[in-house]
Write a protein that binds this ligand. Structure first.
Ligand SMILES: NC(=O)c1ccc[n+]([C@@H]2O[C@H](COP(=O)([O-])OP(=O)(O)OC[C@H]3O[C@@H](n4cnc5c(N)ncnc54)[C@H](O)[C@@H]3O)[C@@H](O)[C@H]2O)c1
Length: 267
């Protein structure tokens, strides 16, 4: 099918997604493809990417894949180059790849853990946001969405490095939004609340099954809607923020968190 034949909010648009093989990234990829987008997808998980590409093809869209680690900025650059070669540029960028990191008291955190969290959760977001600019400016504009977290708005006990990277993503987003607005490029952050994706497996491994269950109970209780969110709820927000319907929205950090960020912690 010709790219321009598809209907939907993303018809004729090309979007690059990091961390696209699982969870929120995969859900967003399928949602955007269903609405007409062609994709470039990065992930560590090559098999997961292949699976995604098949699902996107079944929707009649293209999905170029780049297996690799976003902390290697050459991988990110190669994906940007792929967008230019395959689609002639870029209309959307979803910086979504991220890891949970250590869950311990502040004074126990190690330098190598700090460096790894910044290398995976923050540095590639900064790099892609900077280097996507010419690809979008050449199209007359575009939209960038950086996946931060509710943890970037308010702290979570024993989760400092994660929260620090997510808070920094919000500041990065605001600064880029200032510089890019005149080029018709919007830059926003999404702050998801709890969604039980594979990212929680690390938490289970660190806390053990009983600790994990207690933690998820606390999370649910702190969420005003008293439940975890779904990938589809995040994908809907991703699609709106990246679409032209959000044409007057830039520099925001939008919670999609069931009220977690304004909760007083009572059920
Ligand atoms: N699930 C939640 O509750 C939640 C809440 C707030 C924010 N977030 C954020 O949403 C984003 C997506 O998380 P998710 O819940 O879908 O998790 P997930 O683990 O299901 O998906 C993350 C994807 O990123 C990929 N990835 C991880 N490190 C990578 C690297 N170095 N290079 C390339 N790819 C890498 C993984 O392989 C995976 O496919 C993350 O930035 C996360 O911090 C998640």
């Amino acid at each position: 099918m010709d790219r321009m034949e598809a209907g939907g909010r993303f018809a004729g648009k090309a979007v690059l997604i990091t961390g696209a093989a699982s969870g929120i990234g995969r859900g967003a990829a399928l949602r955007l493809a269903a609405e007409g987008a062609d994709l470039v997808a990065i992930d560590l998980d090559a098999a997961g990417l292949e699976d995604l590409a098949k699902a996107v093809a079944a929707l009649g869209r293209r999905c170029e894949t780049r297996a690799g680690d976003v902390s290697d900025l050459a991988v990110v650059q190669a994906a940007l180059d792929t967008a230019k070669a395959a689609y002639g540029g870029l209309d959307g960028l979803l910086n979504n790849a991220g890891i949970g990191g250590p869950m311990r008291r502040f004074e126990t955190l190690e330098t190598d853990e700090f460096d790894r969290m910044v290398a995976v959760n923050l540095r590639p977001v900064w790099y892609a946001t900077a280097k996507a600019h010419p690809l979008m400016a050449a199209r007359g504009g575009g939209a960038i969405l950086n996946v931060a977290s509710m943890a970037g708005l308010r702290p979570n006990r024993n989760h400092a490095l994660y929260g620090m990277t997510k808070a920094a993503i919000i500041s990065l987003t605001q600064h880029a939004a200032m510089d890019y607005a005149g080029d018709n490029i919007r830059v926003n952050a999404l702050c998801p609340g709890p969604v039980e994706t594979p990212i929680f497996e690390q938490m289970r491994a660190e806390l053990g099954q009983a600790g994990y269950e207690a933690a998820t109970r606390r999370i649910t209780q702190r969420t005003l809607m008293n439940r975890f969110g779904t990938v589809d709820e995040q994908a809907a927000a991703v699609a709106w923020l990246l679409s032209d319907e959000a044409a007057f929205v830039t520099g925001v950090a939008m919670p999609v968190d069931g009220g977690w960020s304004i909760s007083d912690g009572r059920a």
